[in-house]
Design a protein around this ligand. Structure first.
Ligand code: ATP
Length: 236
């Protein structure tokens, strides 16, 4: 299998805090890969570094054969790498449809209406609410909108930071079922989650992070069955 993303020995600091201590992993085309770990393990920092929002002092991030080290964040999106950040960050004053249209800024003019239809097919709830202002959507709907907006840029790799955070169980199920639909349609996904059970259920492979390091790796199934992982992350 071909790796589309290779993270090799990154070290990231916030001032004197050493948040990421030599993390390496890869994502192959068509895979769902998950990074799981407790609060503060370094999951969001890793995604933000890949997206070019933070810088690594060492090592490299290679996406589709290109070292992203010197590529600015806004150009990284047009290379095909989209991040749905923690807390969604949709444009609250804009309508659902305007938010989605903002997602296609890397391909202005080209096939926006077909892309909108594709997103609305995936998230029928968004079609119903296309004229509604995003600030009045529920948390789950905002998560759908943030994912839909990222999909408008036709990402070759979709990175999701805690998509289930703060959602009621029924919505968590819906979001994970959509993640599986995307996987079946060939999308490649890097998923960061505190909900380890849900993430490992859908993931091809996972990496467990503790205090800025990868401590265990395996297939989703192997990690679900690993006694230490069960004890620490799966409630027994
Ligand atoms: P969570 O699920 O709580 O977001 P996480 O695994 O995503 O956890 P990170 O947010 O990546 O963890 O944080 C990794 C470490 O870096 C933590 O010790 C955190 O306190 C620290 N950290 C994160 N952001 C900053 C910041 N802006 N300034 C200083 N330290 C930070």
């Amino acid at each position: 299998m071909a790796a589309i993303l290779t993270v090799d020995n990154i070290n990231v600091y916030y001032g004197s805090i050493h948040a990421i201590k030599g993390i390496s992993f890869e994502v192959n085309e068509g895979e769902i890969v998950t990074l799981i770990g407790a609060n503060g393990a370094g999951k969001s920092t890793t995604l933000n570094t890949i997206a070019g929002l933070l810088h690594s002092h060492t090592g490299s991030v290679t996406f589709l054969g290109e070292n992203l080290g010197k590529v600015p964040a806004h150009k990284i999106v047009s290379r095909g790498l989209a991040l749905v950040p923690e807390g969604r960050r949709v444009f609250l004053q804009m309508t659902v449809q305007e938010n989605l249209e903002m997602g296609s800024y890397t391909q202005p003019g080209s096939g926006i209406s077909a892309d909108l239809e594709r997103v609305y097919d995936l998230f029928p709830r968004l079609r119903e609410r296309r004229k509604q202002v995003a600030g009045t959507l529920s948390g789950g709907e905002q998560q759908m909108l943030a994912m839909g907006r990222a999909l408008m840029s036709h990402p070759k790799l979709l990175m999701l930071d805690e998509p289930s955070m703060g959602l009621a169980p029924i919505l968590v199920e819906q979001i994970f079922s959509i993640i599986q639909d995307l996987h079946r349609s060939g999308s490649t996904i890097l998923l960061v989650e505190q909900n380890a059970q849900a993430a490992l259920n859908v993931a091809d492979r996972g990496y467990v992070l503790e205090t800025g390091k990868v401590v265990t790796t395996g297939t989703g199934q192997e990690l679900l069955e690993n006694p230490a992982i069960k004890k620490a992350y799966l409630g027994g």
